[in-house]
Design a protein around this ligand. Structure first.
Ligand SMILES: [Zn+2]
Length: 114
């Protein structure tokens, strides 16, 4: 296996199945002063869904890195970090934020945390 190019941080990858399902960036986690940041990435097997009408969409307009506060682990604060996609939805006829399984579109907290 060739080395993965250019990670931002040295990381431990607890999900070896990611090698079989290549993602735009490799999930992992790193530590910051504020706590543990878990990097989440789409697995590439499903199309993104519109956050408003829940239909699958074809076109991604752009991505913006966001964080969501998640439940603590071993007394450390945990954040999920994900490059959320804005998508062109043909049903809604416009650009919408993709649907996420772990949070409401406008929330900075995961459903588990809320
Ligand atoms: Zn829609």
């Amino acid at each position: 296996m060739r080395p993965h190019p250019g990670p931002r941080h040295a990381r431990h990858d607890p999900t070896p199945c990611s090698a079989r399902h290549p993602a735009p960036h490799r999930p992992g986690f790193h530590f910051e002063d504020l706590g543990v940041v878990v990097e989440v990435a789409p697995d590439g097997r499903r199309r993104p869904r519109c956050g408003e009408c829940d239909r699958p969409v074809r076109k991604v307009k752009d991505r913006r890195l966001r964080r969501w506060r998640h439940l603590d682990i071993a007394g450390m604060k945990v954040y999920l970090e994900y490059a959320i996609r804005r998508v062109h939805c043909e049903s809604c006829r416009g650009v919408k934020t993709e649907q996420m399984s772990w949070a409401e579109p406008s929330s900075n907290f995961t459903r588990s945390f809320e």
